[in-house]
Design a protein around this ligand. Structure first.
Ligand code: CTP
Ligand code: CA
Length: 232
């Protein structure tokens, strides 16, 4: 995407993207994790770099090849991802939280591998505690008023509301400017190369993005971010 001057539209901008899924360790060999592959975050990083941005990609447990021309910071846990995002967001024009961040972590970490007890009937109980909300923190502590903050949400409809109602409530609760809402179901979202979404904005607009490659969704996200960036 070129501006009227012929420059790519994100030239001179610094954007930060998180990707993948965090892991919360129980002991040296076990963790609580999730199914996020990192593909959507990587597509966002690649698209921003193609549009001229300087890109910092905070990657949690992703096995994909690093995108060319992108600074990759590797993290494991939600706490590490939060620290890396806060550090990188300080000088950024836009921040996109595409990572699947654990909501809970084990309250205690065992330094040694947890062993089965001799009593076959006995099973340990894992107590969990909440992690911090990285997106809400970033949105509430912006380094400057012009920073655009974007979240992702995988939702299912339920008795208390449909997917978009849940999305609207989440957009407001997080305090971000845009929320990319995916309806999760059988072959959508996780691990697939395709995605379908509605992008909700604080101005009340909802932009549907038809089923298609994650790169196409990435470009729509940058179109909407670009439209909200203050002129350089
Ligand atoms: N997120 C975050 N920190 C967390 C949890 C989520 O930054 N501890 C971010 C995700 O990266 C995503 C957005 O918040 O951009 C929405 O994540 P989601 O899991 O849909 O929202 P939650 O607030 O965790 O609510 P839920 O109970 O529905 O999981
Ligand atoms: Ca969550």
């Amino acid at each position: 995407v070129l501006t009227h001057g012929g420059e790519p539209d994100l030239a001179g901008r610094h954007v930060v993207v998180s990707a993948g899924g965090t892991r919360e360790h129980l002991d040296p060999v076990r963790f609580l994790g999730n199914r996020s592959s990192g593909r959507q975050g990587y597509a966002l990083a690649r698209a921003a770099a193609a549009r001229g941005a300087r890109v910092t990609l905070v990657a949690a447990n992703v096995t994909l090849d690093d995108p060319a021309g992108v600074d990759v910071v590797r993290v494991t846990s939600a706490a590490e991802l939060g620290e890396a995002m806060v550090a990188a967001a300080g000088a950024a024009d836009a921040v996109v939280m595409a990572a699947a961040v654990a909501d809970f972590r084990p309250a205690a970490y065992a330094d040694q591998k947890i062993k089965k007890s001799a009593d076959d009937a006995e099973a340990p109980v894992v107590r969990l505690e909440r992690t911090g909300d990285v997106l809400a923190h970033l949105a509430a502590h912006r380094p400057h008023g012009g920073q655009v903050v974007v979240g992702f949400a995988a939702e299912t409809g339920d008795d208390s509301g449909d997917v978009l109602e849940h999305g609207r409530a989440k957009l407001a609760a997080k305090g971000c400017d845009l929320l990319v809402v995916n309806e999760v179901g059988a072959d959508r979202g996780f691990e697939s190369a395709q995605n379908e979404a509605v992008i909700l904005a604080t101005d009340g607009t909802a932009v549907p993005v038809p089923h298609g490659p994650k790169s196409a969704l990435a470009h729509v996200v940058w179109d909407l971010v670009g439209a909200r960036l203050p002129s350089p």
